[in-house]
Design a protein around this ligand. Structure first.
Ligand SMILES: [Zn+2]
Ligand SMILES: [Zn+2]
Length: 370
């Protein structure tokens, strides 16, 4: 059997904890029969990528090509691919949607069973001089081309620019999806959002879209207040400028506790507060942030026995092929604001500057373009 021809692609590679990304040429295996070659046009920088770089949470071995919030164009399809074709605009996703496994058919979850199989045995498509290179979230969208299974590719509308469209692949799906498909916030609800970064601001605008009347943003960065209000927040709390306990303050503000809360930082201490500030009887807390590896969440069983619910979701529980592209329809209808989400754009060559902005809290989303 002859060895498959490898493609030479440009990628920002992370070789170890604490190291800046290095731009280099890597080799990519061509698409198999059920796979798609995608030319990446834009990719957002996410805290999860940063956590891998800094060693806070390292689900993938080094060296690794980070990036899991990309958008691009289908360049080539394997022989068995039926649902996308060259030229289609697409978003690649770590969670696929095969459409026929037990989970896909359940109507309850976006976690296609193939996703778990992919976690057990991640594909190794990238290499440098024959040495394997991992791809974050099995994506690796800081590469100019990637290969994905057809079921992990969502076709999107063509009239949204790639540098905005890419955000639905992580931040928008996680935040807006958590409101619509995880917590299922209803009209007139009260909502508290802990952490107003890329995820939290999307929870805020998802809550506005759902018709929540009281949307309380909580962040220690005072600069986030203006932004949060632009996305729909009706109240802002800075815990560092607040005398007393945030939970008590939220209970007082809402006459007993919020209907829904969302933790978008990845702090187990904040998750505890987010649960406690929900209303006894029916409050729902959704944990979205990714805590450091190994952390446990301390909760009081009595908080749950008082009728509260604690939930979590991956990519907001949005089904990635059948529901995710609809998020761009909401943007086109003026229901979602993506323009203010993408605060910085940089060429791939300057990606490390983007992570500086992220670390300093000066960006909401930085998108690198190719
Ligand atoms: Zn992400
Ligand atoms: Zn499935």
């Amino acid at each position: 059997m002859k060895a498959p021809r490898l493609l030479n692609v440009r990628a920002a590679v992370c070789h170890g904890v604490g190291e800046p990304l290095r731009l280099e040429t890597v080799q990519l295996a061509p698409p198999a029969a059920d796979e798609v070659l995608i030319e990446i046009k834009a990719s957002g920088l996410c805290h999860s990528d940063y956590h891998q770089m800094t060693g806070v949470s390292t689900p993938y071995p080094f060296p690794v090509i980070l990036g899991h919030e990309g958008a691009g164009v289908v360049a080539e399809c394997g022989a068995a691919v039926e649902t996308v074709r060259p030229g289609d605009h697409v978003v690649p996703l770590s969670i696929g949607e095969c459409g026929h496994c037990r989970n896909c058919r359940s109507g309850k979850t976006n976690l296609c069973l193939e996703f778990f199989a992919g976690m057990q045995a991640p594909p190794r498509r990238f290499s440098i001089d024959g040495r394997p290179v991992a791809a974050y979230a099995n994506n690796g969208t800081f590469a100019s081309f990637i290969v994905m299974k057809e079921r992990n590719v969502a076709r999107i509308r063509r009239d949204v620019a790639f540098d905005l469209a890419c955000t639905i692949g992580c931040a928008v799906a996680t935040g807006v999806g958590a409101v619509l498909y995880t917590a299922r916030v209803e009209r007139n609800a009260s909502v508290a959002v802990f952490g107003l970064g890329g995820i939290g601001l999307n929870v805020v605008q998802g809550a506005r879209h759902a018709g929540a009347t009281m949307i309380i943003g909580i962040d220690v960065n005072p600069a986030r207040e203006v932004l949060a209000r632009r996305f729909g927040a009706t109240h802002f709390i800075n815990p560092q400028q607040q005398s007393g306990n945030v939970v008590e303050h939220l209970r007082a503000l809402t006459g007993g506790g919020v209907d829904y809360s969302f933790e978008c930082v990845g702090s187990t201490q904040l998750m505890f507060q987010a649960l406690e500030c929900t209303r006894a009887g029916w409050g729902v807390c959704t944990a979205l942030g990714v805590p450091p590896d190994g952390e446990r969440l301390p909760i009081l069983p009595f908080d749950l026995q008082l009728g509260r619910t604690l939930k979590g979701s991956f990519l907001g529980n949005v089904k990635t092929r059948s529901q995710l592209p609809g998020l761009l329809d909401l943007y086109a209808d003026g229901e979602l604001n993506l323009a203010d989400l993408v605060t910085h754009r940089l060429p791939l060559e300057r990606i490390n500057e983007g992570f500086d902005l992220l670390r300093e809290g000066r960006s909401v989303r930085t998108v690198v373009t190719f």
